[in-house]
Design a protein around this ligand. Structure first.
Ligand code: NAD
Length: 297
């Protein structure tokens, strides 16, 4: 029997267990605050930001949203970030990517106070993670770790293949799984667009994570019987639906579910976890910035 990994349920548990930490902060007169900054008119980015704001409201995090005109000078974005860096009511800052063309996203990430960098993309936080001394784990990889933990999927000694080497998913996840830690200790192979014979790598893996952005790239023939398959991909493909499209992952769900021991669906797998872990990092940030020991799940 294949386990369908229920990301909605695990995310709900994480949100529930954050409420104790939020109460703890409230008792000290602190309301955790997350600022989202949008400088883009990409409809998907607008949706992501509004979902994040809704999530904040649902758990008792103060959501602050700043929208910057796409034709405004870059200085307006930097000034906004500087202001948020200095605002004691803002504990986390998230600049929604991708930004409009012409803005240097690396410089933007560097300009966020690393203590408020709840995405975990500031070079200081990336360095800490690689050195095994993480402050904020990037939300998607951290969410994947929590899913594995919730379903008792052992990473220690496991052969894990991560397909995709992006800075937001593939690379941080590979580093986390590699760490000398209970939720790490895996033997990690990172595959990417130049990998020869992807199938040969994935077929021997205990855990396959697909973070590519190619619909149904991973098929049943690429997965070993009983392996765990985590699908990060979110791809819009044309479909005869009200919206004219449907969301599919990087994994051929129907086929792979026949052979995998456990699999995440799309939607309802990794996506809800990414959202929950942003709340987690914001609560952690509020604790760190106020010297309050918030116990985190
Ligand atoms: P990205 O475009 O930055 O990176 C894609 C990676 O895939 C690259 O490293 C590339 O080398 C690799 N790749 C491309 N073609 C390949 C091939 N044929 N074989 C093997 N590797 C190949 O992507 P990203 O930002 O990491 O996102 C990946 C996917 O995950 C996208 O669909 C994105 O929408 C989705 N995503 C979902 C969540 C979530 O919370 N569910 C979060 C982040 C990203």
């Amino acid at each position: 029997m294949t386990d369908v990994i229920d990301g909605e349920a695990v995310a709900a548990d994480i949100r529930d267990s954050l409420s104790g930490s939020i109460d703890r902060l409230n008792a000290e007169g602190i309301e955790p605050g997350l600022a989202t900054v949008l400088m883009s008119d990409d409809p998907a980015s607008e949706t992501y930001v509004s979902m994040k704001q809704r999530d904040c409201e649902a758990v008792g995090i103060d959501g602050i949203h700043v929208e910057i005109d796409t034709d405004a000078p870059a200085a307006e974005l930097y000034d906004t970030i500087e202001e948020l860096n200095g605002d004691p009511g803002v504990h986390g800052i998230l600049v929604q990517m991708p930004l409009v063309d012409g803005i240097d996203s690396r410089r933007v990430l560097r300009s966020i106070d690393p203590m408020k960098d709840v995405d975990g993309f500031h070079p200081e936080n990336v360095g800490r993670l690689v050195a095994g001394n993480d402050r904020y784990r990037p939300c998607t990889p951290h969410g994947i770790q929590k899913l594995l933990e919730a379903y008792d999927i052992e990473t220690e000694g496991a052969d894990a293949v991560v397909i995709g080497r992006s800075n937001i998913v593939g690379k941080p996840l590979a580093n986390l799984l590699l760490r000398k830690a209970d939720d790490g200790n895996a033997t990690v192979t990172v595959c990417h667009s130049r990998t020869h014979d992807l199938e040969e790598k994935t077929r021997s893996a205990d855990i396959v994570v697909a973070a590519v952005g190619i619909p149904e790239l991973v098929d049943a023939g690429m997965v070993r019987e009983g392996a765990t398959v985590i699908d990060v991909g979110v791809n819009r493909v044309d479909a005869d639906t009200e919206k004219g499209y449907e969301l599919v992952g990087d994994v051929d769900y129907e086929g792979v579910a026949e052979v995998a021991g456990a699999i995440t669906p799309v939607p309802g797998g990794v996506g809800p976890m990414t959202r929950a872990m942003l709340l987690y990092n914001t609560v952690k940030a509020a604790g760190l910035q106020n010297d309050v020991d918030v116990e985190l799940p």
